[in-house]
Design a protein around this ligand. Sequence first.
Ligand SMILES: Nc1ncnc2c1ncn2[C@@H]1O[C@H](COP(=O)(O)OP(=O)(O)OP(=O)(O)O)[C@@H](O)[C@H]1O
Ligand SMILES: [Mg+2]
Length: 494
Amino acid sequence: MQNICKSFGGPLVLNNVNFEVDKGEIHALLGENGAGKSTLMNILGGVVHANSGEILIDGCPVKISSPSDAQKYGIAFVHQELNVVNDLKVYENLFLGREILKRGILDINSMRKATWEVLDKMNVKLSPDAMVKDLDTSYKQVVEIAKALLQNARIIIFDEPTTSLSNTEIENLFNIMRTLKEQNVSMIFISHKLKEVIEICDTYTILRDGVVVANGKISDSKGKITIDELARHMVGKEMYAHTIYREREIGKPLLEVNQLSLDGVFKDLSFTINKGEIVGFTGLLGDGRSEMAQCLFGYNKHYTGSINFKGKNIVVRSTEDALKCGIGYVPRNRKENGIIKHLTIKENFSIVTLKKFIKGIFINGKREKDACCAMLKQLNTKFGSIDDPIISLSGGNQQKVVLSKWLETNPDLLILDNPTQGVDVGAKDDIYTIIMDLATKGITIMLLSNEPQEIMRVCDRAYVMYHGSIQGELSRSEMTEENFMVLATGGTLQ
Ligand SMILES: Nc1ncnc2c1ncn2[C@@H]1O[C@H](COP(=O)(O)OP(=O)(O)OP(=O)(O)O)[C@@H](O)[C@H]1O
Ligand SMILES: [Mg+2]
């Protein structure tokens, strides 16, 4: 891509960008939230049109005016926004628009078989006939990736493909990427998880405010580039990894869960969380932790077992029940569950917090607006006016909007599911600092996360789940990546 410029009416979001990927290369495209990564790839994918600049494939200029043009040139796209159709089955999604026909009739058997094969390669247990709407977000992400893998593309764009996946699934994806690389497929990998980037990528380009500020090889004769060096280019200044965890006084039990079960999803979960404590929950795909949180927040009322909260047995049959009790909840994949696409940033603020909650805990009006603006700034959110449409923000900045609202509220218990999903390195630390501050004020936090690293940054204790049960509990001193891995894969500690 040569001299690409793009503006959406306002200032340039891409300014004379040059971007080159070789055959059989995995190229990282990096930058803070709002740097222009998705926009650049949307231009390559024919979703967005550049104001000026050229795209060359095999050295020849090409015109990519639509996604189908891109497909014609062998470009497949795993979008940052999930692009799956909820009302179709898994295999129907994979072949949407490219159905296999046999004598003019849909060849369902071939499509199902190919679906089995690709899912098997990814080591994911998922039926081709499952309805996509019944799937958890992380499985939808798997469907999205599988769709691209099936296209026999020459260039695959992965725009944050691993935000909902845990280490094991990511490793499977990386193995597939390595195989594709041997077949000379080129891949562009966008991720805020810099450790992954260093593991899988050969080369990198870093954007800052729409300008290329660095590019090169991940490894050269001097060794591998470090996470700190990449981060420094991204933010334009030195990043210091400071310790965020603080010892605090922990209070009496606040939440006692006894034998909580949900048919076919999780079984006999029993645990206690104390006031002011930050407790992590982690595990692999299908561990049941998100569904457990949804029960505590009243999204799913078909559970059995007891929940004791603030010394009283409570029955959470609706989200209103949960809010009334003082439970707040930030769902994972906020793009699907938290954002109303046709509303503005400000309207989205008010939507995520239910009316009752605003009355109960918030002083309405200007103060609320000011508080939200302040929090958005604190998380370094890139936005023009809070009256702009939410979809004019970059993916990570949309996430920050939803999160900041909840971080401002003061529930007794705040459940955060994957709170740093899609958020850049600098803002991650800001979020951890806010979590620590909330806990210091006495707010109890349940932190659900795919990343042991994240739990180790802030949690006092952690539960590791496996196939719907609690496989083990780790105290702060026992938290090592290895211990997390052993428990998450069903093992026990010596
Ligand atoms: N449809 C649009 N209308 C107006 N502005 C837009 C639109 N899409 C993107 N932008 C702006 O372009 C800039 C770059 O956004 P982009 O989505 O490319 O960022 P990104 O690097 O992918 O960030 P993230 O890591 O958060 O996904 C942002 O300032 C964003 O607000
Ligand atoms: Mg993006």
